[in-house]
Design a protein around this ligand. Structure first.
Ligand code: NAP
Length: 416
């Protein structure tokens, strides 16, 4: 175990171990948490009470989480000084303890850090951003049948135009690059122009699609859809699609049927127990999710498409404020609120803690404590259905009862 400066390792807990790329979870696992900035502490306090109550309900004291606080954002700067928005030991602790959950973090302005979330993803190579999108009855939604949506989006997290290789317009670097491309490849990029690079590798694309297929297999989902813009960007997005089919048919041959094979070999009738691999062009996928959401179950997509698609999909089920998420590699995962710090509501015990609570549902599934997840989800559904909700839902729901952040958590616990 490493020596930490400010992180205190709980004495009553044990480390989650990794054996053959799989988690080995003790009865009292240590789980790291970052409470977050702005409304983060309010949300975290409420969520932690829900988690502990659900674990107690599921296991009657035989299992328990040992929470270990780690620091990032404003709290880290206050504690460590030196403008330490993301202390090294925070990253080390997540590596060592494998599982962490976090509230939202302020994005530092200036100082060389683009975003703490992006930094964490890159430093820990958390290559998959996983976002389940489904409807909780009673949630205010703009759709006629929001319940038809039940998908899990796997967004590639490390490549694409998000890799941060950008050159400002009319600088020496951008002009040099433009000259090089125009001269060496006979292209005509206008000068001056800002330039961004979009790298996408077989390695990065394949491991993401593989993770999505494994998820579909382990959770009995019937299809995985590769969403790309390969009709235009042939050698990046188009290759993503090809590499996706390649990994599906080479590593999961017995398990998968491609959409072509469905018609050429099975007359359009899906054989029992197999996973259909299909692909859709990104723009048409936005229509598909509005018009025929029930035809999609798991989506695997490059970084930029995934960013747009996951927010648009979450909005359809009214769930932007309660949308959960995770960033994961094979053995490390950070579960997180997908919204920001909403600083104007900080310390008012007001906002909806649903995003962190549902991220906890994902986390308990990840560590194999599905019973806890089911208890939380059921109680949360019941609470929303009874219209006892925080301000954000209350303003959209007729005859609802508005409660504080902490009271919403108490209501969930009561409904367990
Ligand atoms: P934001 O914090 O997500 O807040 C925008 C609006 O969303 C809020 O004013 C509020 O809407 C609503 N909202 C957010 N969280 C809510 C909750 N828990 N319950 C109910 N409503 C909620 O976005 P922002 O103001 O653009 O960003 C603030 C800071 O957060 C920035 O520093 C940003 O970089 C950072 N950020 C962090 C993360 C992250 O850590 N994952 C993600 C995004 C942004 P109403 O005003 O309509 O009530």
């Amino acid at each position: 175990m490493l020596n930490y400066q400010h992180i205190k390792i709980p004495q009553d807990g044990e480390k989650i171990r990794i054996v053959n790329n799989r988690l080995k979870v003790p009865k009292n696992p240590i789980i790291a948490f970052i409470e977050g900035d702005g409304t983060g502490p309010d949300i975290w306090r409420a969520s932690k009470r829900v988690f502990d109550a659900a674990v107690e309900k599921a296991f009657n004291g035989k299992k328990k989480i040992s929470w270990m606080e780690i620091y990032a954002g404003e709290k880290a700067v206050a504690l460590y000084g030196n403008n330490a928005w993301l202390p090294d030991e925070t990253v080390e602790a997540i590596k060592e303890f494998s599982v962490a959950i976090k509230g939202p973090l302020t994005t530092p302005i200036g100082g060389g850090i683009r975003s703490l979330n992006v930094s964490l993803r890159q430093l820990l190579d958390l290559f998959a951003c996983v976002r389940p999108v489904k409807y909780y009855a009673g949630t205010p939604s703009p759709m006629k049948k929001p319940q038809d949506m039940n998908i899990v989006i796997f967004r590639e997290n490390t490549e694409d135009v998000y890799s941060g290789i950008e050159f400002k317009s009319d600088t020496e670097d951008s002009n040099k690059l433009i000259d090089f491309i125009n001269e060496s490849f006979n292209k005509k990029i206008r000068k001056p122009s800002g330039i961004g690079i979009k790298p996408m590798s077989e390695f990065g694309s394949s491991r993401l699609v593989k993770k999505a297929i494994e998820f579909a297999r382990d959770n009995k989902r019937g299809s995985v859809t590769l969403v790309h813009k390969g009709n235009i960007m042939k050698f990046t997005e188009g290759s993503f699609k090809e590499w996706g089919y390649k990994v599906a048919t080479s590593e999961f041959r017995e398990l998968v049927v491609t959409e072509d094979e469905l018609w050429s070999q099975y007359n359009g009738k899906m054989p029992e127990g197999k996973i259909l691999i299909k692909d859709r062009i990104a723009d048409s996928m936005f229509q598909q999710l509005l018009l025929r959401p029930s035809e999609y179950e798991v989506v695997a997509t490059p970084n930029l498409n995934g960013d747009y698609l996951s927010d648009a999909a979450a909005a359809q089920v009214g769930g932007l404020g309660i949308a959960p998420g995770a960033n994961m590699s094979y053995t490390t995962a950070i579960f997180e609120a997908t919204h920001g710090t909403a600083p104007k509501y900080a310390n008012q015990d007001k906002v909806n803690p649903g995003s962190v609570i549902l991220s906890g549902v994902m986390m308990f599934n990840f560590i194999g404590w599905g019973k806890v997840s089911r208890i939380i989800e059921k109680a949360m559904k019941k609470t929303i259905k009874s219209k006892v909700v925080t301000y954000d839902f209350a303003r959209l729901l007729k005859n609802s009862k508005e409660v504080k952040c902490s009271e919403f958590a108490s209501e969930i616990i009561k409904n367990m």
